[in-house]
Design a binder for this molecule. Structure first.
Ligand code: PMV
Length: 329
């Protein structure tokens, strides 16, 4: 009976860092991106979520990091649960308990791991058995980049003419290439403009059209660099892509400037190190913190040098991570 459905499930998903960024939608309502993107899952930086559909509940509930949540965060989860209920043909409210093991607002998109984990837990708790592709599609509707946290390792979210079934798939498993993301934390303050708002402004920049038109070329170079483990090629395209996205962000109306002085200091240090033979490159999401990517053999040296840059207050390290998965409790 749809009104009495009961079910619970727990899952976990890693955060991810985009090497080729998603910025701007061609359909904002269903988060169909303007361009494809490529990312690496981040092992050890994850969200763990339990969803329980309970006929006794009078409303959906969200417990985030042990605290009851309301406002926009709850509204976003309720909208997501509504689409899961529609898919499953049930009409029962749910309790969502979610925990991140990394600091919120640390320049690591918690929405990616959160909605990937929520897709698995909510769909299973609702009695659905979805394929990886369907789970990725579902995650996308909560947060675009979340679709890339469903498959494992190095992941591509392809875009094909506003395809409503748009979803991500694995390019190579986590064990393919031992890269490390050294996240240089510069500020954990809440971002003034979140990514949902930022995506909506993308086309107000005169540069966004050129950025989107050139995306297939950058994607091809990045894909090949990953498959061939060509760090120099990866480094060059990753920094270019990050700079192009920030150029769009800085020139949108109103303009947004996510960087702080220490952000630039890290960018300049990393490019200088690479010139002198230390393999490292940077990429920056919608915030001031810098993701410095390096092969595992150089991670210790890169981490040690990053710690010495004034303004770097903390460092998180992550190797490539696996797919989102269910936890049997
Ligand atoms: O998924 P969203 O809406 O949080 O957008 C993510 C945007 C970036 O992190 C800046 C880029 C990306 O592809 O992850």
């Amino acid at each position: 009976m749809p009104g009495r459905h009961q079910g619970t499930a727990t899952s976990t998903a890693c955060a991810n860092i985009a090497f080729i960024k998603y910025w701007g939608n061609c359909n904002p309502d269903s988060r169909i991106p303007a361009n494809g993107s490529i990312s690496m899952n981040l092992d050890g930086l994850f969200t763990r979520t339990t969803v329980t559909f309970d006929p006794d509940l009078m409303a959906d509930q969200l417990i985030l990091n042990d605290k009851p949540s309301s406002g926009p965060a709850l509204a976003r989860v309720v909208a997501f649960l509504e689409s899961v209920r529609n898919l499953a043909g049930i009409q029962v409210f749910a309790k969502v308990e979610s925990q991140n093991n990394f600091p919120m607002g640390a320049g690591i998109a918690s929405s990616a791991s959160a909605f990937a984990a929520l897709s698995l837990a909510a769909s299973r708790a609702a009695g659905l058995a979805l394929s990886e592709r369907q789970l990725s599609q579902l995650a996308r509707t909560g947060s675009g980049s979340a679709c890339r946290s469903v498959p494992g390792g190095f992941v591509e979210w392809k875009v094909d003419a506003c395809d409503t079934n748009s979803a991500a798939e694995s390019l190579a498993p986590a064990g393919h290439w031992d890269l490390v993301d050294c996240v240089a934390i510069i500020s954990t303050a809440h971002k003034p403009t979140g990514s949902t708002q930022g995506h909506a402004l993308a086309y107000s920049s005169p540069l966004q059209i050129s950025r989107v038109n050139d995306a297939p070329r950058r994607l091809e170079i990045c894909r090949t660099a990953i498959l061939e483990k060509d760090f120099e090629a990866l480094a060059e395209i990753m920094e270019l892509d990050s700079n192009i996205m920030h150029a769009v962000i800085m020139t949108s109306r109103p303009p947004i400037l996510y960087w702080l002085p220490a952000t630039l200091a890290v960018m300049q240090a990393v490019t200088a190190w690479r010139k002198h033979g230390l393999p490292a490159c940077y990429t920056i999401d919608a915030g001031p913190n810098v993701h410095v990517i390096t092969p595992a053999q150089s991670a210790e040296q890169v981490a040690q040098q990053l710690r010495q840059i004034p303004g770097v207050s903390d460092l998180l390290l992550a190797h490539p991570g696996g797919p989102a998965r269910y936890l049997e409790i």
